[in-house]
Ligand binder design. Sequence first.
Ligand SMILES: *Cc1c(COP(=O)(O)O)cnc(C)c1O
Length: 229
Amino acid sequence: MSIAENIETIKSNIITAAKECGRDPEDIQLVAVSKRFPVSAIEEAITCGHKVFGENYIQEAEEKYKTVGGKCHLHFIGHLQSNKAKIAARIFDVIETVDSLKLAKALNRHLEPLNRTIDILLQVNIGHDDAKSGVNPEAAEEILRELNLLSNIRVIGLMTMPPFTDDPELARPHFRELRLLADQLNQKDLFPQTNKVELSMGMSNDYHIAIQEGATIIRVGTAIFGHRL
Ligand SMILES: *Cc1c(COP(=O)(O)O)cnc(C)c1O
């Protein structure tokens, strides 16, 4: 299967999954995760009309940005260290994995002189999984209050990555909890900079479940580009 065919398949799966649970498919954005695939793979996807890509590694993304920077939107979805915030501030349109106030402040500081404001998601470690980044759900409210004070970032929602398992059903409670948390925070008016609170959750093997649980952004790599080396 070609990249174009895979994207078409996923888009039609998104429509099916959304309709099955009474959602508008237009509310679900597909981020094509191109990490560890060459820039030619991104260009192939751009050629067939896809524009939003996810990258995990700053150096790799910076290299790709030189070729495709003006032609697509890049989401950062990896673990971001504050000392890489300067590069990230320049090349990414959305940073999905903000997991500390320190990182957010570093991004804000580097965005200011660039005259840029970018969207970010707060990464939440729903499962309190030691192997995963993200703030604990209990800490989300306090950190959001601080993030909302930073002038060059716009907090548009939450992101999570459940513990890895072979059984996608095991991810469902994590997705559900992220949505409930976002609802609670939204009721307290903690997303004042957006009227659509985004939930980034779901990958190749569980995005249909994430959609059932309210995902508005899904991050799909393998099912589009194939297995990474
Ligand atoms: C790699 C990655 C993905 C894509 O995973 P696939 O299983 O290849 O679809 C999604 N989200 C994050 C945070 C990732 O690191």
